[in-house]
Ligand binder design. Structure first.
Ligand SMILES: [Zn+2]
Ligand SMILES: [Zn+2]
Length: 449
């Protein structure tokens, strides 16, 4: 049973309790929780060899969305070993691990399970050489978004919270979510009863994402931190012919090329220049050999924005450009499919402020506020939009010396989805666990002695 009034009372109630029961109870909120930092850091240091092994194992064995069977089984076993009650197969390959520790709020902590259909080129000794089937094709698979580090942080956070279980009270709902990259996993878990089968809707939801910032740095931001995401698929239908007789053909490759160029004027000429908006064509498939003009070309892309008005304007422009390109070529109207993916992740303002105080007090200059939202999209928004105050933190993953060297050479550091992206494990994982444990204990009341 979940006692929601604990959560609503927040810091004030927790401090009141600490005062009532004397100095033995852990003071919750602000400096009280921050004072647990040395203990948390010691727990993480002791657990690090396990986390390092787990991280490198998962990194070397990535799996694609809804195929994460090995990964899910690995995490389920870790959590069972820690004493959680674990349910597998939630929303496909999802994992739900519950730990009750007295009265208090229920706190959701999320990691993703999935990797990307791409080849890793980091050259690391534990680099992935895995392959899998994706859209009826064989592809390499790699953890180039860093979800492997999130999984290590997730289990590390669970273990540290259990070691400190005399310092907090409430219920942990740790979830391993499938298919974040294709933005279907969060919805699938919710549709499979995540908020009904395991004790109800959580009181808070937390997650984080590693990125190309300095390893061990934590960033936060109230309000929107990621973009809405729409997937775009266009099929231009032409008329096939021999490559030597283009006048007998309607060339879909020329249509595709014209669309790729022209659609960027929707961004540069139609959208408000001050508003964020992106159209990217990330895939083109057409033809087989050099001397055949194919009869169709397929494009895949993504549309990003923060604002619904901007989003609608871009979608309208994309459709008009695709139709216009076909008209110019004398071709039939193309098929244009635009599907809404993730909505923007919006961090709860009060929860963000409350967490920032503790993280800054505990971790000092390693914690900073993000000046602006990112352009990536994230289906963590699904857990929050179902009516749960949430906070999604940023975590730097790159060795500061490497960042400095890149800056000196005028190069950019590889970021998420680059085949060269791989966080520096130890400082990244340790900081992630420290930040998550502090964040979670900060919303829990201290346990009665
Ligand atoms: Zn990603
Ligand atoms: Zn990701």
């Amino acid at each position: 049973m979940i006692f929601r009034h604990w959560a609503i009372g927040g810091t004030a109630l927790a401090i009141g309790l600490a005062m009532a029961v004397g100095s033995e109870a852990a003071p919750a909120g602000g400096a009280g929780v921050a004072s647990l930092a040395p203990q948390i850091i010691a727990e993480v240091d002791a657990d690090y060899p396990r986390l390092d092994g787990l991280y490198k194992d998962i990194h070397a064995h990535p799996e694609l969305g809804f195929q994460e069977k090995r990964t899910a089984a690995l995490l389920a076993a870790e959590m069972r070993h820690l004493g959680f009650t674990v349910t597998e197969g939630v929303g496909g390959t999802g994992v739900v691990a519950i730990f009750h520790n007295g009265a208090g709020p229920m706190v959701l902590v999320r990691t993703e399970l999935d990797a990307l259909p791409m080849q890793e080129r980091t050259g690391l000794p534990y680099a992935s050489v895995a392959k899998a089937q994706w859209n009826r094709r064989e592809t390499y698979v790699a953890h180039s978004c860093g979800h492997d580090s999130h999984m290590a942080i997730w289990t590390g956070t669970a273990k540290a919270l259990l070691a400190l279980k005399s310092r907090w009270s409430g219920t942990l709902m740790f979830i391993g979510q499938p298919a974040e990259e294709t933005v279907g996993g969060a919805k699938a878990m919710l549709a499979d009863g995540l908020y009904t089968r395991f004790g109800g809707k959580p009181d808070y939801a937390f997650g984080l994402h590693v990125g190309p910032g300095p390893a061990g740095e934590i960033s936060y931001r109230a309000g929107a931190i990621s973009s809405t995401s729409d997937s775009l698929e266009i099929t231009f239908v032409g008329r096939g012919a021999h490559g030597s007789t283009p006048s007998l053909a309607i060339d879909p490759i020329v249509m595709a090329a014209r669309f790729v160029e022209d659609v960027q004027t929707v961004i540069s000429r139609e959208k408000d220049p001050a508003a964020f908006g992106v159209v990217t064509v990330g895939g083109i498939q057409a033809g087989t050999v050099g001397n055949i003009i194919p009869d169709h070309a397929q494009l895949k892309g993504t549309i990003r924005s923060y604002d619904e008005g901007v989003r609608q304007r871009i979608i309208e422009g994309v459709r008009r450009t695709a139709n216009g390109v076909a008209v110019i070529a004398g071709a039939p109207a193309p098929t244009v499919t635009i599907e809404s993916g993730g909505m923007a992740v919006v961090n709860d303002a009060a929860l963000t402020a409350r967490t920032a105080v503790v993280l800054k007090a505990a971790l000092g200059s390693r914690v900073h506020e993000d000046p602006r939202p990112g352009a990536a999209s994230e289906d963590f928004s699904e857990f929050v939009n179902a009516g749960v105050p949430g906070l999604f933190l940023g975590l730097g993953g790159v060795d500061p010396a490497r960042i400095a060297a890149a800056r000196l050479n005028g190069e950019t550091v590889p970021a998420n989805h680059s085949p060269f992206f791989a966080p520096t494990p130890e400082p990244t994982i340790k900081a992630g666990v420290e930040a998550m444990v502090l964040t979670i204990i900060n919303v829990m009341p201290p346990v009665r002695p």
